[in-house]
Write a protein that binds this ligand. Structure first.
Ligand SMILES: CCCC/C=C/CC(=O)SCCNC(=O)CCNC(=O)[C@H](O)C(C)(C)COP(=O)(O)OP(=O)(O)OC[C@H]1O[C@@H](n2cnc3c(N)ncnc32)[C@H](O)[C@@H]1OP(=O)(O)O
Length: 394
């Protein structure tokens, strides 16, 4: 089911915990308080219990809770069916509508039963599961550290393969701006867990603002342009430590890095055509220059996935290391780089980047403008819906 993959943050908007049961006095007047049926008090308690859920019960359960709440408080679904692009509201509507003419009392009882079946989630809500994303140094989606002359920005959504959501775009920009001013010599981007990054978080397309899909596409284009500009303008050597597979924008940006070290488990994949999208991250300019126009076409248009060895042969990756010794070897090397005289390093980077900067900004602007149109296309919408509903996977 499509909504089973929407994030908890979005799903909270359908969660009954955000609704006030007291705003439905008519429900209270017509309660049949039999021993067999959940009382209004039981129902209110259940609604409050849901507010305490910290562990995500999954979107199917959240949809059921939403539907039962609406049925218990308002009766059968009385809303017009949302449009096909309004993924979230359509899933909510489907769930509520599926309850048909179930009586309010039965819906209330089912709601209470469902919440009580979730009690293990309530009890374990304070536990942090090993391996899950943790907050660090004020960032929600990154771990940023600075030592030995190196600022390390680590993507930290391992359970989502480090997919870049809107918050992460903003946090990366923030971390890069801070790193450009701190006393480190080089800045490193890497990923936590088995992936470097699975690219743009495809749920970024589902949170539709009041202005509709056009406004969403425009906002995303503005965000993307600002994000890529930060990489174009970054004043210190920027190194990617590619600890695993990389997809989409996490690959294209590599063309703007100063060195790319990859473990032999890493792969490089830009499935833009499959997603109804087009190249970004200045790759329409950097990739043909780095690897020849034909090799760039295979990647950017035909979606050919490269191994680390192939990416190295084509100049996208600087050097490949065995996975078993990757971290040790790379960090030893980076620590040596970070001992170089800071001013010489910075000035050399500026000399190299200077003559390309204006061109890169122009390419970025054009790519974002083209993408804004692609995001409104049926091809793109269908691909995103397919991913979210798991009918297909890349
Ligand atoms: C606003 C600026 C926009 C800039 C545009 C940039 C363009 C791009 O970056 S295009 C590339 C977009 N990325 C993808 O298309 C990758 C989609 N993901 C996948 O194909 C697969 O998840 C995977 C091959 C990366 C990994 O497959 P695997 O079977 O090993 O793991 P999964 O069970 O699929 O993933 C675990 C978990 O992570 C979620 N997830 C992974 N990648 C993304 C993603 N890109 N967006 C959203 N969510 C992602 C996945 O749904 C799973 O979540 P659940 O455990 O909750 O099911």
């Amino acid at each position: 089911m499509a909504m089973a993959y929407l994030p908890w943050r979005l799903a909270q908007r359908w969660c009954p915990s955000s609704l006030q049961v007291t705003s439905f006095p008519a429900v209270q007047l017509h309660m049949n308080r039999t021993a067999m049926r959940a009382s209004q008090k039981d129902f209110e308690n259940a609604v409050n219990q849901v507010k305490l859920l910290k562990k995500d019960p999954g979107n199917e359960v959240k949809l059921k809770l939403y539907a039962l709440y609406k049925q218990a408080t308002e009766g059968p679904c009385n809303m017009p069916k949302p449009g096909i692009f309004d993924l979230i509201n359509k899933a909510k509507w489907d769930a509520w509508n599926a309850l048909g003419s179930l009586p309010k009392e039965a819906a209330r009882q089912n709601y209470v039963d469902l919440v009580s079946s979730l009690s293990p989630s309530l009890e374990s809500s304070s536990q942090v599961e090993p391996g899950t994303d943790r907050k660090s140094t004020g960032f929600e989606t990154l771990v940023v550290t600075s030592e030995d002359g190196i600022t390390k920005i680590m993507f930290n959504r391992p359970t989502k393969k480090n997919a870049i959501n809107t918050e992460m775009y903003h946090e990366i920009m923030h971390a890069l701006k801070a790193a450009s001013k701190d006393d480190s010599i080089i800045t490193v981007l890497t990923g936590n867990g088995d992936y470097y990054s699975s690219g743009n978080d495809l749920t970024n397309f589902t949170d539709i603002p009041p202005g509709g899909v056009e406004e969403k596409a425009k906002n995303n284009a503005v965000l993307l342009r600002e994000f890529v500009d930060c990489f174009i303008d970054f004043p210190k050597p920027l190194i990617a430590v590619v600890n695993g597979p990389a997809v989409g924008i996490s690959v294209t940006l590599l063309g703007l890095f100063d060195a790319v070290y990859a473990c032999d488990r890493a792969t490089f994949h830009t499935p833009f055509s499959h997603l109804g999208q087009s190249p970004e991250g200045c790759s329409s300019y950097t990739f043909p220059k780095i690897m020849s126009p034909a090799k760039a076409t295979e990647m950017l248009i035909f979606g050919k996935k490269l191994t680390a060895g192939e990416a190295c042969a084509q100049g996208l990756v600087t050097e490949v290391f065995p996975d078993s010794t990757f971290q040790k070897e790379v960090w030893t090397r980076l620590k040596a780089f970070a001992k170089l005289p800071p001013n010489a390093v910075r000035i050399s980077k500026e000399v190299i980047r200077k003559r390309e900067r204006e061109k890169l900004h122009a390419v970025n602007a054009e790519e974002c403008s083209v993408l804004q149109g692609r995001w409104l296309s049926d091809e793109c919408t269908n691909a995103v819906v397919n991913f979210l509903s798991r009918k297909s996977k890349l």
